[in-house]
Design a protein around this ligand. Structure first.
Ligand code: GTR
Length: 327
């Protein structure tokens, strides 16, 4: 039976033509990639899916999570998953923006008003539409996780208005949208992989970067960049993707189980996330990082033209309007 959700995600009859039940399937350990450290909420959530899979299948199916970028940069892990060299990867939408234009919309500056707005939209029709889009490139979107709100931080000074960024080399993820955000704010945006940011701050290759506070803390970048400015410019969420090839190699019941568990891992991840965010804020403050408020209206005004420029197709505009209607 092809469930409605499986059909929506782009799994046709051929995708679900595999052996039907757990019992007839060989034991299998799925490989999952994540750039974050072992205790990061996304890593924990995928590990949780693995534990549940193992329980439900009498240990026939499990997941091994390679955290801390052991399997490479986010962009590389997406390619590995497309070709079935790894089974799952958890990446930020930023790593998907160029190949999957729909993922650009929730990454855009000031598209969400709050965490609650982002969760509503990603749990609803906009999130489902984005997940369906991954099928075009041999991937299946399992679920969308939180990534908090991204802010600017740097080694030099508090950023209060966009002009304070002038002349600063700010690391951004390798995504055209993030490069454009940096340019719109008057910084010199420098695309680098996540794993290279700490050493690039240390060696002064860059002056700063932008991310959520959990990543700022867990990557230990706060040890070098001492100014955190609450620009709140993007809520770019996270995607958990499975290789189409790997998915098709599972039995039908296993496929359904994986889909269900991925959905159930979202509230689990959010509970971990909310606690982690608070813990990180307290930890960086205790370590002497200076946190300052910013003039949000000035940042939103500076980035508004790029949002308009990027909403260049009716499909992107519709997604944007649907997200805004949930504000
Ligand atoms: C984090 C995200 C990572 C990675 C990183 C980055 O917020 O969770 O997956 O994309 O940002 O900026 O590279």
């Amino acid at each position: 039976m092809i469930t409605r959700r499986a059909a929506l995600l782009g799994f046709g009859a051929s995708a679900l033509a595999g052996p039907p039940a757990f019992g007839s399937q060989p034991e299998r350990v799925l490989t999952a990639a994540d750039v974050h450290v072992a205790k990061y909420p996304t890593v924990e959530a995928v590990r949780w899916i693995g534990e549940q899979l193992a329980d439900a299948t009498g240990e026939r199916l499990d997941i091994r999570v390679y955290h801390s970028g052991q399997l490479g940069r986010e962009g590389d892990t997406v390619e590995l998953a497309r070709f079935g060299a790894i089974d799952l990867t958890r990446v930020n939408f930023a790593a998907l923006n160029n190949a999957f234009p729909l993922t650009g919309v929730p990454a855009m500056p000031y598209v969400f008003d709050s965490v609650a707005h982002m969760r509503r939209a990603m749990d609803g029709a906009p999130g489902r539409r984005i997940l369906e889009g991954f099928a075009a490139r041999d991937l299946l979107g399992l679920c969308i996780y939180d990534s908090g709100v991204r802010c600017m931080y740097n080694v030099r000074r508090p950023i209060e208005v966009p002009a304070d960024l002038h002349g600063l080399k700010i690391r951004v993820p390798p995504s055209d949208i993030f490069i454009e955000i940096g340019l719109a704010l008057g910084a010199n945006p420098t695309p680098l992989a996540f794993g290279e940011v700490y050493s690039s701050l240390q060696t002064h290759l860059i002056d700063g970067a932008e991310n959520n506070i959990r990543s700022f803390h867990s990557s230990r970048q706060f040890e070098v960049a001492r100014y955190w400015s609450e620009t709140d410019h993007s809520y770019s969420p996270e995607a958990l993707l499975v290789s189409r090839r790997s998915f098709e190699g599972l039995g039908r019941d296993e496929q359904q189980l994986l889909l269900d568990l991925a959905t159930r891992s979202v509230p689990y991840m959010r509970t971990l996330w909310d606690a982690a965010e608070q813990e990180s804020r307290a930890a960086v403050l205790a370590a002497g990082v200076r946190i300052n408020a910013v003039d949000h209206a000035a940042f939103a005004a500076a980035t508004r033209p790029l949002v308009e420029r990027r909403l260049r197709t009716p499909e992107l505009r519709r997604l944007y309007d649907d997200i805004r209607s949930l504000a």
